[in-house]
Write a new protein. Sequence first.
Length: 169
Amino acid sequence: MESQVEAVRTVLAPTANPSAPGAVQVSRPSDALAARRATNATFDALLLGLGAIALLVGGIGVANTMVISVLERRSEIGLRRSQGATKGQVRTQFVAESLLLSLLGGAFGALLGYLVAGMYATTQKWPTVVPLWVLAGGVGATVMIGAIAGLYPTIRAARLSPTEALATT
């Protein structure tokens, strides 16, 4: 088929407009389509990279917030442990905080992304199409990153002995 493209190109202009064949411009749409596919693939990779960086920054933010929370609440952890709270209960508290923090951040980010995409699409007179699985996937990925980022502070909080935690107040 590729071998016939040049033969068809020479005959197509006089066939389409016999009175002025020079006014007809013949191009191969396959070249334009290939360029469009390459551009879309590059754009998709760029957006994926930006999303990965945003998740990394969010994970670092959650981890930093949880580490500071554990450091500032050592006396609370010590008091809870001295009153009989187990390491598992302390772990559950800090994992729940980490998950809640990342869930709220992910939901807010997904909503903000949806609104910005919708406003841009509206200004371009395009229909706004954001699949629900994309929003759910974004929130899910954020919660997963938040859970992973909260593991170290959670383990650190659970390992504090009551006497050690109360002595630092």
